[in-house]
Ligand binder design. Structure first.
Ligand SMILES: Nc1ncnc2c1ncn2[C@@H]1O[C@H](COP(=O)(O)OP(=O)(O)O)[C@@H](O)[C@H]1O
Ligand SMILES: [Mg+2]
Length: 507
């Protein structure tokens, strides 16, 4: 007898439908799985047999063929166990085939029949909704994220026995109610008021948040670079629903525990300098998102920039330019979103104290040069704002707290609204940093006083044409923070300041 069930397998951050077909006939008792299963799927037949047996069913010895369609799609991991087990029961006549119709079923089975969580629950629910199925059956730990969208009824199953009773109508389970989207498990974000002094760096952080600019912080250890970077997510506007869904889908693929609902905070990722290129960009035998994708819609912070592998930094060019990462495998091309604000921190020299009045730097000139040369030029080229973060003085540390994040975030939000109005749909992401040359020419007119200032900077600082474009974008953001009028000389003067480290770091 033939039985069918619908399941899904991860596909990048999305899920792809898989039809499970089970045929049982008289013949040599053996179980064959066909249709490009990976090792985990091939091993699943043992789990399914044991789970079924431990739920009190006795399957007679028969020849079993399990076909997974489409045949050219590589099926990964443990998502198909539950659907295969249920289809096996139906093919043996122990469950009516109609019970499986109109449902999408995913879950890993334990030998005792327990249903264990799978990765990517939200993506599976999203797929189920698009397919128009009546119900999606998922492991109980995945139910929170899956129900968050509210687009498809989600049935949470703890074990194979639950699923069987539900499908037989013996003990129907009610769909899980959507959790409130705000699952602020991390508590309050760190506040900018905790950072004493560093007014120039705080201002640069505000400009970065307002215009979507990338930021380089240069300064000795302990001056507050990491503190500052951590406070950027709290200055950015709240996630949109679409961003929140994308962030949850990415994190659901790597998290030890499935998220309890939609993630609503902008991510902050700070990978260690020793992280492999695949760990940062994404990849692996089963393609997984890397830090660049885990930082999607949030902040990627590269502390001690020169310590990162050069090829890793070079590989960041794709996400920085396209807002995504593609991982190519023999039969597939996976796309992971990776649009983040980049903040990098860098010591002025290997010991960190070059230019610090209170410590003597003992680095040889050649060592300083080598250290700085490790910073990839193409990466630096994509960073609009460079700012020095000098060692904090005692009087600064004793000073009263500065402006709280909420006040800065309000100005950022106002500046971002102006950009949305200005760019409409002309830019994929409506921020000044994303302006193409044509858009830049339209929106960044400069008056004669400003032009004179730019010309002087061009000569004096030896700026490139590209650096001039950068200055214009940053000046546009500074003007937007000031209410959105035309770019004036004061705005340009501030923007030019954020380029003066160019030669110090790059050469
Ligand atoms: N500007 C500052 N205001 C208040 N505390 C600071 C400041 N700079 C450094 N600190 C203190 O020093 C610690 C280390 O700062 P950190 O941000 O890690 O410095 P960096 O990243 O520049 O090496 C912080 O946890 C904080 O306690
Ligand atoms: Mg640090």
């Amino acid at each position: 007898m033939l039985a069918r069930a619908t399941a899904a397998t991860p596909w990048g951050i999305e899920a792809h439908p898989v039809q499970v077909e089970v045929d049982v006939h008289h013949g040599l008792p053996q179980v064959q799985i066909v249709g490009l299963p990976d090792a985990a799927v091939r091993e699943s037949r043992e789990r399914e047999r044991a789970a079924i047996k431990n739920c009190g069913f006795d399957l007679p010895p028969r020849a079993v063929v399990i076909n997974l369609a489409p045949a050219d799609l590589r099926k990964q991991g443990n998502h198909l166990d539950l659907a295969i087990a249920l289809a096996l029961l139906a093919a043996h006549g122990q469950l009516p085939q109609e019970a499986l119709a109109g449902r999408l079923i995913c879950g890993e089975l334990g030998l005792d029949g327990a249903v264990r969580s799978v990765r990517g629950g939200l993506a599976i629910a999203d797929l189920a909704a698009r397919m128009g199925v009546e119900q999606v059956l998922l492991p109980a730990p995945n139910a929170g994220e899956a129900a968050a969208l509210g687009t498809v009824p989600v049935i949470a199953v703890a074990g194979l026995a639950d699923a069987i009773e539900h499908l037989l109508g013996l003990a129907a389970l009610a769909p899980v109610a959507a959790a409130a989207p705000a699952t602020a498990a991390r508590g309050p974000l760190p506040d900018l008021a905790e950072v004493r002094g560093q007014e120039a760096a705080k201002r640069a952080l505000e400009v970065a948040a307002a215009g979507g600019h990338n930021l380089l912080l240069l300064g000795p250890p302990g001056s507050g670079k990491t503190m500052l970077a951590r406070r950027l997510p709290g200055l950015l506007p709240p996630l949109t629903l679409a961003e929140s869904i994308a962030v949850t889908k990415v994190h659901s693929l790597v998290a030890e525990e499935p998220p309890a609902g939609l993630l609503t905070e902008r991510p902050f990722r700070s990978p260690h300098t020793g992280t492999s290129t695949a760990g940062i960009i994404g990849g692996g035998p089963i393609p997984r998102p890397g830090e660049a994708s885990l930082a999607h819609a949030g902040v990627l912070f590269l502390d001690e920039l020169p310590e990162f592998r050069r090829d890793t930094l070079e590989a960041l060019r794709q996400p920085l330019e396209e807002g995504m990462v593609t991982v190519v495998r023999a039969r597939a091309r996976f796309v992971f979103p990776a649009r983040f604000s980049l903040v990098v921190a860098c010591n002025p020299c290997p010991c960190g104290h070059l230019g610090d009045a209170r410590y003597r730097c003992r680095c040889a000139a050649s060592a300083v040069e080598r250290y700085r040369a490790r910073v990839s030029g193409p990466l630096l080229d994509r960073i609009d704002l460079h700012v020095e973060v000098p060692a904090v003085t005692l009087s600064e540390l004793r000073a009263t707290p500065g402006e709280p994040s909420a006040a800065v975030a309000a100005r950022v939000a106002a500046a971002r609204r102006l950009q949305v109005e200005r760019f409409g749909t002309a830019l994929a992401i409506p921020v000044n940093a994303a302006m193409s040359p044509a858009v830049l020419a339209r929106h960044c007119a400069v008056d004669p006083a400003g032009r004179a200032l730019l010309d002087a900077a061009f000569e004096k600082l030896g700026l490139s044409a590209r650096a001039l474009d950068r200055i214009l974008k940053v000046a546009r953001t500074i003007a937007d923070l000031a209410g959105g009028g035309p770019i004036r000389a004061v705005h340009l003067a501030e923007a030019i300041q954020y380029r003066t480290l160019d030669r110090r770091v790059a050469t």
